[in-house]
Design a protein around this ligand. Structure first.
Ligand code: CAA
Ligand code: FAD
Length: 388
């Protein structure tokens, strides 16, 4: 069928998951996409349905209430959701590939037992690294955590935090000792009712249903047991952040290839209905060549993404491949979504068509989880190591 990669092999389980997420996205999310975009608000029914569908603990073990599926399954789910709504896709992506993965990889057994079942069942998570003065330079963060008796006291502010309007579990990166530079960074498990305050909800160009907020932490008391990974993990938060982001970037690549395919499918289908000069506009060679070029680029971006995912799953090095996948997929998504508008002519320019939204949503791929320049930096460092 249209848009399914034919070159790459997926397991039967992965193919089944793709079909079920596709049906779910079309039936449950599809009818709500435009309103959520216009209202700049995620419908709580969508979040509830994602949990019920088993999409919020994709890799989490069955013991902890999850679906116990592969990393590639998570990638497929993110891709399929993005075909219909990139906002819902990133909600699911942050929750799974950042928050759940941090817990599965770095939490103590007690923290896993406490939080993973809730994160699979009903509680949404956020990953709080960026601040107003530290975006690309993430390790220059200023939020601090001071030990006082049996708890830490957090003070500072986080900016641009996805899911934070709806979330109740926050992974917060703060420094326990600013004099140690990034070696003071520690990750804390912070619950909303410990005193997390939403200071501002951003209004954005795209992914407008996905919440992005500034969070204030004013003397937030966090029990010592909530140092992610326990006392020996103090000062190791920077490694947690970047190692999770290395793989999280494959998730954003998946969001971008889904978005590109979603825009392509909608616009090309229209082009074979729409008639000008007595025939379907899609039949003009000038259109067909453009479809062919963009379809080839989407295919290339998919292969980069699936390859990075499989390498990660197989325990092979994947950081360079993930950066390439994220960088290239975001370029392709912007081009595909921009072309999709042109192919549909005036109709594509209207909000009613649902095509222009993909273009607005595509822009974020080059910004979050490390800008395109940060991906290029990462790739360039590998090249330097290989050749110098
Ligand atoms: N993988 C593993 N380790 C890495 C690494 C990588 N890609 N890049 C750096 N490191 C390690 C280094 O090895 C070093 O650790 P050691 O001292 O233990 O060896 C340490 O990090 C510092 O290295 P650098 O001095 O080279 O790093 P830097 O300070 O110049 O920048 C960085 C490091 C902050 C990770 C930067 O490269 C980066 O990626 N910035 C982007 C930040 C980002 O992605 N933010 C995303 C926020 S979450 C989000 O955006 C979610 C969403 O929207 C959906
Ligand atoms: P800057 O770092 O100021 O970058 C501005 C420009 O300078 C960019 O073009 C960049 O490429 C360039 N630049 C910076 N440094 C270099 C360099 N060394 N070499 C070359 N060029 C450079 N963060 C979280 O922690 N959690 C989240 O859930 C989250 N969600 C987000 C959701 C949205 C919608 C947005 C917009 C952001 C989100 N972020 C989140 C933050 C995001 O990761 C940062 O915006 C991103 O890392 C870039 O940081 P910045 O915005 O401060 O830009």
């Amino acid at each position: 069928s249209a848009g399914v990669n034919s070159l790459h092999t997926f397991t039967d389980e992965e193919e089944l998951l793709r079909d079920s997420v596709r049906r779910f996205a079309n039936d449950v999310i599809g009818p709500r996409v435009r309103d959520m975009d216009e209202n700049e608000n995620m419908d709580p029914a969508v979040i509830k349905a994602l949990f019920e569908q088993g999409l919020m603990g994709i890799e989490t073990s069955a013991d902890h209430g999850g679906s116990e599926s592969s990393f590639t399954s998570a990638i497929i789910a993110i891709e399929e959701l993005a075909k219909v709504d990139p906002s819902v896709s990133v909600l699911c992506d942050v929750h799974n590939t950042l928050v759940n993965t941090v817990f599965r990889t770095y939490a103590t057994e007690a923290q896993k037992d406490q939080y993973l079942p809730q994160l699979s069942d009903s509680r949404l998570g956020s990953f709080c690294l960026s601040e107003a003065a530290s975006g690309s330079d993430a390790f220059a963060l200023q939020t601090r955590a001071e030990l006082k008796g049996d708890h830490y006291v957090l003070n500072g502010s986080k900016m641009w935090i996805t899911n934070s309007y709806e979330a109740s579990i926050f992974l917060v990166f703060a420094t326990v000792d600013a004099s140690k530079g990034y070696k003071g960074i520690t990750c804390f498990i912070v619950e909303k009712d410990m005193g997390v305050q939403i200071a501002k909800k951003e209004q954005k160009l795209g992914i407008r249903a996905s919440s992005t907020c500034t969070l204030n932490f004013d003397d937030v008391k966090v029990p010592i047991e909530n140092v992610l990974g326990g006392p020996e993990a103090i000062g190791k938060g920077y490694k947690v952040a970047i190692e999770i982001l290395n793989e999280g970037r494959i998730g954003i690549a998946a969001q971008m290839i889904g978005l590109a395919q979603g825009a392509f499918d909608k616009s090309v289908a229209y082009a074979f209905q729409r008639k000008q000069f007595g025939k379907a506009i899609g039949e003009f060679q000038g259109m067909g060549f453009q479809f062919a070029e963009v379809a080839t680029e989407i295919e290339a971006a998919k292969l980069l993404t699936y390859n990075a995912a499989r390498r990660k799953e197989e325990g092979r090095s994947f950081t360079k491949e993930a950066a390439m996948a994220k960088y290239y997929s975001s370029v392709v998504a912007q081009k595909a979504a921009g072309s999709a508008i042109e192919w549909a002519g005036g109709v594509g320019f209207t909000r009613e068509s649902g095509i222009e939204k993909y273009w607005r949503d595509s822009k974020i791929g080059a910004i979050y989880e490390g800008t395109s320049n940060i991906q290029l930096n990462t790739i360039a460092k590998f090249i330097q190591k290989e050749y110098s």
